[in-house]
Design a protein around this ligand. Sequence first.
Ligand SMILES: [Zn+2]
Length: 265
Amino acid sequence: MNFEKYFMGKIRSVVDKYGVKGRIAVALSGGKDSMAAFHALTKFKFELIPFYIDLGIEEYSKACMEYAKKICDILGYKLQIIKLKDYGIDLSKARKKCSVCGTAKRYLMNKFAFEHDCDYVATGHNLSDALTFAFNNLASVNILNFRGMKPVLPGNKDLKMAGRFKPLFYLKDDECMEYVKMNEIPYCKEKCPYARDAPTIELKEWIHEMERKRNGIMLNFAKSFEKIEEMMTRQQKIRQCSICGYPSYGNICKFCKLRRKYGKI
Ligand SMILES: [Zn+2]
């Protein structure tokens, strides 16, 4: 089987298994994975709305945005842009930058998808990311964070929650890279200046090292984690944030707490 067919087949297996269809907001970060996901999704019968979240990380965010614009020009789409600064959050002033950034991105992606009446928001998370995230949570005994170890999570209109769709969930880092190269997709090679020493980098290398010794172990891990997630009953119920009305596990969502801290509410 040729590579392109293999790659598209992995995405199709997610689409078919979960019956993904309709309007999809595509979160572009400018990096290789989200660009590959967007490029591949244009080959399906979806209505796609690409968007970019400008995190305001100096030159890095500007460079990433240029690449996101470039792929939209190539594929004939208009890029929508959201600025984190418009919400009063300045990452350069945050102490736990990666955690603030993660919360803000998850929130804004969902808000964008919901406001644009999308059934899903698609992200570039691949198999390598999913396993790194899962093992990192296991390493810190953070079992509740197992939520989300699935390629598709359904939405809930009453809770202002868009569905989540990870088309590259069964594809590894190097496979996404190969797809990007084969299709000459432009992407930002820079890494986020805040995430250079993230402990997860070594974890990812370790997972890939195991995969080299035992081909297929990554896919099996992912399938096991997916089953564990299905077996786990949610300990916390999702409700609506009392300030903004978007989904939250507590009375006030994490994003509104952040805005409160930075003085905009
Ligand atoms: Zn809120």
